[in-house]
Ligand binder design. Structure first.
Ligand SMILES: Cc1cc2nc3c(=O)[nH]c(=O)nc-3n(C[C@H](O)[C@H](O)[C@H](O)COP(=O)(O)O)c2cc1C
Length: 271
């Protein structure tokens, strides 16, 4: 399409030469932005391009690559490899034998692995596909130590869990547990659902870390201090309009758990 001599690329393009009228895009679009023109071939509804949330389901579902979204064509997308699907038993073991790890080897966590984890977590669901999550990765011992001491000072100031600050005075870090790495999920506080989106992303990261033999633990004490303590915000280089909503200590575990501890039975109400 040409506008004033400039090439205008539609956000959603349908290649009718490739379309076999299987209606998959029509059925997959969460907002019903494809209408059936009568013979199964899709046409965009009015304002489709404004209403589209870029979820890419149309692009991913078409077996024939007839859809392009924001200039991305299906050939560029990775194929799912069914042979790599974990069994339900593998998933159950990964999810239920994941433990909060609080004793870490000094071995540094490879930056490639931290990147890999962030790459996996970016496919976590987010409200309206808003994808607001950013990561701050800290693997500098010096910065981690400073974060811990500011957290302790802040907690002491607030009168919260003074025992933890005392422990730090005695050389025991109960805040970040001497973890060699820290991942902080942050997002614009104006996003639609920043806390939930960051928590889901961090949960995804924690499980992905476990699959790599990497231990993690939620850094709740840091999460309570990070946004309100100026020196921590500064150390983390948190953008002013962002808040930290989830934080994970990461590192290789010193202990292995052979057994799964008991947990409260699932409480289910059937309606
Ligand atoms: C939001 C959140 C915050 C947490 N904060 C901390 C923390 O600051 N320090 C810590 O040692 N564990 C923390 N934990 C870990 C919990 O104590 C742990 O998940 C719980 O005891 C169950 O153990 P498991 O994770 O091994 O199943 C936190 C967990 C969550 C979900």
């Amino acid at each position: 399409m040409h506008h004033n001599g400039a090439i205008h690329m539609s956000r959603i393009e349908i290649d009718y030469d490739k379309c076999v009228k299987d209606r998959f895009c029509i059925r997959a679009c969460p907002y019903k932005l494809f209408a059936d023109s009568g013979d199964g071939s899709p046409v965009l509804v009015e304002n489709a391009e404004d209403l589209c949330i870029d979820c890419g389901h149309c692009l991913a579902v078409c077996p024939f690559g007839a859809i392009a979204l924001n200039g991305v064509h299906q050939e560029e997308l990775p194929d799912r490899a069914p042979s790599l699907d974990p069994s339900p038993e593998s998933v159950e073991q990964l999810f239920t034998f994941r433990r909060s790890i609080r004793a870490y080897k000094k071995t540094p966590v490879e930056r490639e692995l931290l990147v890999k984890l962030a790459e996996i977590a970016r496919f976590a669901p987010s409200a309206v596909n808003n994808q607001p999550v950013h990561w701050i990765m800290v693997d500098s011992k010096d910065v981690l130590t400073q974060i811990v001491s500011h957290t302790a000072a802040f907690m002491r100031e607030q009168g919260v869990l003074p025992r933890l600050a005392e422990a730090l005075d005695n050389g025991m870090d109960l805040i970040l547990r001497d973890a060699p790495a820290l991942a902080v999920a942050h997002a614009p506080s104006s996003a639609l659902s920043p806390q939930v989106d960051c928590v889901i992303a961090a949960t995804t990261m924690e499980l992905a870390a476990a699959s790599h033999g990497l231990g993690a633990c939620w850094a709740g004490l840091l999460m309570r201090s990070a946004n309100d303590c100026a020196p921590i915000r500064e150390l983390l280089r948190l953008p002013e309009d962002h808040n930290a909503y989830a934080a994970l200590m990461l590192g290789y575990p010193k202990l292995q758990y052979a057994k799964r501890p008991p947990r409260t039975p699932a409480r289910i109400t059937w309606i």
